[in-house]
Design a protein around this ligand. Structure first.
Ligand code: FE2
Length: 430
């Protein structure tokens, strides 16, 4: 007897109708027809069933702190860092835990079941590290939280930052972070990349650096990141986050850089909501977009994910943990409007992000964890277009969140034929 049989589903690759059989928290069969008794059967009615959303780049220690103690007036990254510096001394462990847990509730409701969060290790108290390690444990039954030791104030620039980062790793933080463009000089930035990659190699950790989050075309730390990755044999274990300077770089230099990034099997996380608002602030017009070269990276075989980065914090006033909103913004800013490119935008918040986190048994194939989301959309592109309602969210075969179908009631007395429009959430079939 199966625990759950979901049938009449459309999968992200277009196969439909498909059935998914679940037993003991795992997917035990995926086929067009599964004829087996089950304790619970769900008819997906031809709608999309996707593996859960994955956010490859977030800051859970600062989330939901918008306005504390004031808002970011200039809208720049640097004022955001300064503002976070004002807020940090007033943080309490309880408040960080409370806000992080509230965000995790939002995430699960939106089918977001895995998050890589950077946690600031600059503060010697490591209060945020302790708080998020606690959160990681508490949410583990329903959400995978992976933590990155992030020396926000610069591992070389900030006194004690290196020792604090090493302590955070000793405490159980999963990934080595960095911020080379915030070090005092280009040379110090490059030295920080070398140092941090060596720490990761020594400890057998993954790397994920905030890298070149700048409009300066000469901010080229990604070159050092790719070099150190191949020098230390860390292929496929290193991620460059943001990489916004690539937007402004000289095209000839980029033509050399892209193959080096592919050679090192570097992963890239672009954060479209944040970078389209933070970057280009020193420009008049024309104003740069401040997002890395996503289609070009994909064309070179580099794995690219889209991250949420911030929700209601010193850097960004908006956001809600909706990875379809993130995908939609990435699609627009990168002009990824072909059918195949729009599908890649969906992958960037699901499978491509899962590869970066190295999530085990993620996906909709036999043997994977029974983690999936039933969306009120018929395919990934429609899901992005509608920011589709997550009708049901399953974790290990258990229903963990449910939302009512999006509908609209219309009262159009004046319509001559008396018919009603269809709600945009339920478009006519093609
Ligand atoms: Fe970030």
């Amino acid at each position: 007897m199966l625990d759950l049989l979901l049938h009449n589903a459309t999968l992200p690759d277009g196969r439909s109708p498909m059935a998914i059989a679940v037993q003991g928290g795992r997917i035990v069969d995926v086929a067009s027809v599964i004829d087996a008794p089950a304790r619970e059967t769900i008819d997906a009615q031809g709608l999309l069933v996707s593996p859960p959303f994955v956010d490859a780049h977030f800051h859970m220690d600062s989330t939901l702190s918008y306005g504390m103690p004031r808002v970011n007036q200039s809208g720049t990254l640097l004022e955001g860092i300064a503002l976070w510096g004002e807020l940090k001394p007033t943080l309490t462990q309880e408040a960080v835990i409370e806000r992080a847990l509230a965000y995790c509730d939002w995430a699960v409701a939106r089918g977001l079941l895995a998050i890589r969060s950077h946690v600031d290790t600059s503060d010697a108290r490591l209060l945020a590290v302790e708080a998020l390690l606690e959160v990681k444990q508490r949410v583990a039954p329903y959400l995978d939280l992976q933590l990155v030791a992030f020396p926000q104030d610069g591992v070389l620039r900030s006194p004690g930052a290196l020792a604090n980062l090493e302590r955070a790793l000793d405490m159980g933080v999963d990934v080595v972070g960095g911020i080379p463009h915030f070090e005092r000089t280009m040379a110090e930035g490059a030295a920080s990349v070398k140092l941090l990659c060596e720490i990761a190699a020594r400890r057998g950790k993954l790397v994920d650096m905030h890298c070149d989050e700048s409009d300066d075309p000469l901010s080229r730390h990604v070159e050092t990141l790719a070099f150190e990755t191949q020098r230390l044999g860390l292929h496929g274990r290193v991620t460059g986050s943001h990489l916004t300077s690539m937007h402004s770089m000289d095209n000839y230099y980029v033509s050399k850089l892209l193959p080096l990034m592919a050679e090192a099997q570097l992963h890239v996380v672009s954060n479209p909501l944040i970078n389209i608002t933070l970057q280009g602030r020193h420009d008049s017009y024309p104003k740069r977009r401040g997002m890395t070269r996503v289609p070009e990276l994909l064309a070179h075989g580099v794995n690219v994910a889209f991250g949420q980065d911030c929700v209601m914090d010193p850097w960004y006033a908006l956001g809600s943990g909706d990875m379809l909103e993130v995908a939609a913004m990435g699609l627009h800013v990168a002009q990824m409007t072909s059918r195949a490119a729009m599908q890649q935008c969906f992958d960037a918040v699901t499978t491509s992000a899962a590869r970066i986190l190295q999530l085990e048994d993620y996906g909709l194939t036999t043997g994977c964890h029974a983690d999936f989301v039933l969306l009120q959309a018929r395919d990934p592109v429609e899901a992005i277009r509608l920011r589709a309602t997550r009708l049901k969210v399953f974790r290990r075969g258990r229903l963990v969140a449910e939302s009512p179908e999006a509908t609209a009631s219309l009262y159009l007395d004046g319509r001559p034929d008396g018919t009603a429009f269809l709600s945009p959430a339920t478009p006519p079939s093609r």
